[in-house]
Design a protein around this ligand. Structure first.
Ligand code: BG6
Length: 478
């Protein structure tokens, strides 16, 4: 039990993404997305899993939302599949697509659950990729805005909270640097920064449109924020933390909040010849949008450690290496800037993600002091192997412990002055983890589903009842 309380109007929530839950990948006029296409390439996902059926939320949304209501959820964050609205990315609106989301929204509102809509959670119409390379072309900007405007018009009376981009840093890094997401490119650094620039411009134009159309609504982007800690007090490592943060965190958050790239990193990328060109028109647009965003969305899972990464394994001053030890010369991170060793102070999940509840408070305080913006925690959760007993129980005490610690730190962050509006766990039901199939579970509700199939029946885990109590007590039972 804690003395702390979240305010009565705090949005206790949970989140999902269209591709990971809906299935029905070709139903009612839906078009093919880049993910529908990408997963056909052998070896890209765990046991070649696709989202063709996922957890069949498309047909079971009423059952899922009724479970949310039973739990007492205050907000439900979900994404819209662009390909349901525009099967080919643009052109004629597919009315059945709009109707599906209209139904979801109405179902939420029926129970007093505030819908929170993500416009883009990584599933891009394949038609736009075929036509002009998707995010690689600036043509995508107007198509994205056009798609967003259709949704604003359709749902402006009913949806107050909107998220433009989910984890732009992740889908671009995995798409153009590590080849794990579509379009599967490796180390294409110049294109990576260009693609990001296009995404920033699409976000910015959309924010401005939004403010014209829904002046009372709230809009922002959701960033996958992994704060970093310098490995020790040696200035060379402190410097590597600054470089890491600018390149891996502030490169995105500064644009959302200030409308400009961090100067030192821009200079560094210019010297490398990979910095995106920012026209004066772009600069005006980005700055105007930054003034209009209402919150910083944060998907928080883990933190990292930074350590100076010597180019030659010796250190910046040759034999005068200030760290007192020879560098290893390992090529992790970016040689000459930083590398990211593991953190001996933290436990890790079964997928080697650090477990750092205090890092959530750290993230909130950093955002509060750097940007002075309200915060929506749009994702936080534990991916784990869950077992269902013969009598259909799921005793996920490890998930309860994980979430309990994170909620406690969030409450402390609020107590210490952070303006946090919402906390969305990832996820409500189990769902398809993009690269890890169904074995990596996140939900409060177990779905009988594996890579081979399953009944798709839903079962409440122990964490379901835990979160219900948290919500009911405004967090007091933490
Ligand atoms: C976030 C994404 O990166 O993390 C989700 O927004 C994703 O879509 C979640 O599922 C967990 O990642 P993973 O790889 O464990 O599924």
């Amino acid at each position: 039990m804690t003395e702390l309380r979240m305010p009565k109007d705090f949005l206790w929530g949970s989140a999902s993404a269209a591709y990971q839950i809906e299935g029905a990948h070709l139903e009612d006029g839906k078009g093919i997305s880049n993910w529908d296409e990408f997963v056909q390439i052998p070896g890209k996902t765990f046991k070649e899993t696709t989202g063709e059926v996922a957890v069949d939320h498309y047909h079971r949304y009423k059952e899922d939302i009724a479970l949310m209501a039973e739990m007492g959820l205050k907000t439900y964050r979900f994404s819209i599949a662009w390909t349901r609205i525009f099967p080919n990315g643009r052109g004629e609106v597919n009315e059945s697509g709009l109707e599906f989301y209209q139904n979801i929204i109405d179902e939420c509102l029926k129970y007093g659950i505030e819908p929170m809509v993500t416009l883009y959670h990584w599933d891009l119409p394949q038609a736009l990729v075929d036509e002009y390379g998707g995010w690689e072309s600036e043509q995508v900007i107007d198509d994205y805005v056009n798609y967003a405007v259709v949704l604003f018009e359709a749902f402006k009376e009913k949806v107050k909270y909107w998220i433009t981009m989910n984890e732009q840093n992740i889908f671009t890094t995995l798409g153009w640097m590590t080849a794990q997401h579509p379009p599967g490119k490796f180390d294409d650094e110049k294109m990576y920064y260009l693609v990001n620039h296009h995404a920033f411009l699409a976000h910015a134009k959309t924010v401005l449109k939004f403010k014209e159309m829904i002046p009372d609504g709230k809009i922002g982007a959701s960033f996958a924020y992994s704060p970093s800690y310098a490995i020790n007090a040696d200035p060379i490592h402190a410097m590597s933390k600054v470089d890491f943060d600018n390149l891996k965190n502030f490169w995105w958050m500064d644009v959302y909040a200030y409308g400009r790239y961090p100067k030192n990193t821009y200079r560094y990328l210019q010297k490398k010849g990979v910095a995106p060109t920012v026209t004066s028109e772009d600069a005006v647009l980005l700055e105007a949008a930054a003034k209009q965003i209402d919150f910083m969305g944060v998907n928080y899972y883990q933190t990292s450690v930074t350590e100076y990464n010597p180019l030659d394994g010796v250190g910046p001053y040759g034999e005068m290496n200030t760290s007192g030890k020879k560098g290893t010369g390992e090529i992790t991170g970016i040689p000459g800037l930083f590398k990211n060793p593991s953190n001996p102070h933290l436990e890790t999940t079964d997928w080697d993600w650090t477990i750092d509840p205090m890092g959530l408070r750290y993230a909130c305080k950093e955002i509060t002091s750097r940007y002075n913006l309200p915060i929506i925690i749009s994702e936080n959760g534990l991916g784990a192997f869950d077992d269902k007993t013969e009598d259909n129980q799921i005793h996920d005490d490890y998930r309860i412990a994980y979430l309990n610690a994170h909620v406690y730190e969030l409450m402390k962050a609020v107590d210490e002055g952070c303006d946090v509006w919402a906390y969305c766990t990832w996820s409500f039901t189990d769902l398809l983890s993009w690269l890890n199939g169904y074995q990596k579970r996140y939900g409060f509700v177990y779905v009988d589903r594996d890579e081979e199939g399953g009944s798709l029946d839903r079962y409440k885990k122990d964490s379901f009842y835990w979160y219900k109590d948290v919500i009911q007590s405004d967090g007091a039972m933490i």
